[in-house]
Design a protein around this ligand. Sequence first.
Ligand code: IPD
Length: 281
Amino acid sequence: MSDPWQECMEHCVEVAKQAGKVIREALEGDIAVMHKSSQVDLVTETDQRVEKLIISSIRSKFPSHSFIGEESVAAGESSVLTDDPTWIIDPIDGTTNFVHRFPFVAVSIGFTVKKEIIFGVVYSCIEDKMYTARKGKGAFCNGVPIKVSGQEDLERCLVLTEVAFKNEPQHFDTLMANLRRIVSIPVHGIRSPGSAAVNMCMVASGSADAYYHMGIHCWDMAGGAVLVTEAGGVVLDVSGGPFDLMSRRLIAAGSRAVAERLAGYVAKFPVGRDDDDADGS
Ligand code: IPD
């Protein structure tokens, strides 16, 4: 039987390459920075331009499909996931890195059908690494199969998370307390590369063993989550329960043992959901 989504995935890789080229070119000029929800929530004209480029290219080929894009949502569009074939897009995952020319900057695109992730494409465009994964068909970097470390001992793990200012003091305290608690296990180390999608690619390719985060969005996670599972890893909720793409929380790891143990160390704070404006249907 022919694969109905193969053409979508091939187009996705092409459009991610084009987007990456635009981002690399933008790095050669001045970058004007604007702010969204706070003084540390940055956006640039390139984020907006690249999202438009991606959506218009995909829409011209697949006009009946739906979209959830970071910058479209910031401009007021809905982020409710439906059963439709849906493209979930982060045009620049790692905008702060982009602004500072810190070299982990990715175009991240996940594609869902009936709310299930069918494929993910993450193009780390400064490194020129194209990560691709199709459900049931493995995970790849520049066409070469990748796999997770498989590490099962949390004490031997390199753990990724992101450290950012939080307006809510209790959330900020919990975030910092989690760092202290996890680094004191002790794990081998904690790193904070600045792009959720790249973090997941690092877990998928075995250069990190685990990643946890509360407060990210579906567009940060949709491309990378399937890369981790197709590379042999697991994605869970920070509670240790099943991963929920709209929950704004995740643990990704090279083994279930590490993911579940890490979940036990992570104190939770409320982050809301991406589909909070859902009508309950
Ligand atoms: C951000 C990155 C970063 C994470 C932030 C995200 P953006 O995405 O993934 O690693 O700490 O929470 O918002 O805004 O650069 O697309």
